[in-house]
Design a protein around this ligand. Structure first.
Ligand code: ZN
Length: 329
């Protein structure tokens, strides 16, 4: 055996059918924009969700079942159905009440349009109509003003396009200043298309906003902003899952997203990608509930730094670095 460590290796062979996707054009799917939602939107979301949850037929047979050796397939199927009904209720409620994202640069969505371009456009259109009414003359005061205002309008479009990033950044700063409920670092990461932080909570302030699953389309915000009834349904779901020793299809599904390691890398080489895994939001909440309840009983090695509260893998990296620095300074 070449392996002299005390770790047991796990070997796995995967046979996966990989199909080449010919259409590589990035599809844009509008998503609920929870940041844009105001208090009324959130209240409407809660009310509609409450109504939709009331319509769900709770699988009482599975929930009341206390047989730890239960092999009843109907119970398993009804638990799966229950999860998808809860997810649908959240998604449909958000669709009707929460504003949706729009593609950047979409018509009517150019940053700075309203402030910098729209007045010049209106002025230009006014003088264009005036010039039309005057019989479209080639020379004269009206023709000159029409051309001058049109030039100003087109120049403003070019300026706005050139300064698009600055305008977006300025708006971002002012929106943070004017709305303290928005989290700076969350917004900053969203702007870099890496949504992964906030401190809003479902379970003791630990569920991060903007956490997406890869399958159902749920985001942790659906739970953070939900009515109390959803917690009751979720608790019943988790209880029956524990009794049956069963994980739903949603919780057993992961979506791998390959991200190129840089802008100018060879994208045909799989070594130039790192993957992130999107997993079920229900699963994340279950993990948090479990960790909160049983944290004191879960012992880990003092040398484990990842997946552990108040620890970081950066600390491991720092150890050898400090040692090297000590002996080489
Ligand atoms: Zn059962």
């Amino acid at each position: 055996m070449d392996n002299t460590s005390d770790h047991d290796p796990i070997c796995m062979v995967l046979y996966i059918n990989v199909a080449l996707l010919i259409d590589v054009k990035r599809a844009y799917t509008p998503q609920p924009s929870w940041n844009k939602a105001n208090i009324n939107d959130i209240e409407n979301y809660k009310s509609l969700l409450r109504l939709k949850l009331a319509e769900i037929k709770v699988p009482t047979a599975a929930i009341c079942c206390s047989d730890y050796c239960c092999k009843n397939n109907d119970h398993f199927e009804s638990i799966n159905l229950y999860v998808s009904q809860l997810a649908d209720a959240c998604l449909q409620s958000a669709e009707k009440t929460i504003p949706f994202t729009r593609r950047r640069g979409e018509r009517g969505c150019i940053p700075g349009w309203t402030e910098q371009i729209a007045p010049l456009r209106d002025k230009s259109m006014f003088w264009h109509r005036m010039w039309n009414d005057c019989g479209r003359p080639h020379n004269g005061i009206v023709a000159d003003i029409m051309r001058r205002t049109r030039l100003q309008y087109h120049a403003a479009i070019r300026t706005v396009h050139r300064n698009e990033n600055d305008i977006v950044n300025e708006r971002f700063v002012s929106s943070i200043v004017n709305n303290s409920s928005r989290n700076f670092w969350y917004e900053a990461r969203c702007m870099r298309r890496k949504c992964d932080s906030n401190t809003s909570s479902v379970v003791d302030g630990q569920t991060n906003a903007g956490k997406r699953d890869g399958s159902l389309g749920l985001v942790s915000d659906h739970f953070i902003n939900a009515c109390v009834e959803l917690s009751v349904h979720t608790a019943m779901l988790f209880s029956t899952m524990l009794v049956h020793g069963f994980a739903t299809e949603d919780m057993a599904t992961c979506t791998l997203i390959p991200i190129p390691k840089g802008k100018n890398v060879n994208v045909t080489d799989s070594d130039n990608y790192r993957c992130i895994t999107l997993s079920s939001v229900f699963g994340k909440i279950f993990d948090l509930v479990f960790l909160n309840k049983f944290y004191d009983y879960l012992c880990t090695s003092e040398r484990q730094f990842g997946f552990k509260r108040h620890h970081s893998t950066v600390v491991v990296k720092m150890g050898p670095e400090r040692t090297l620095h000590f002996f080489t300074k």
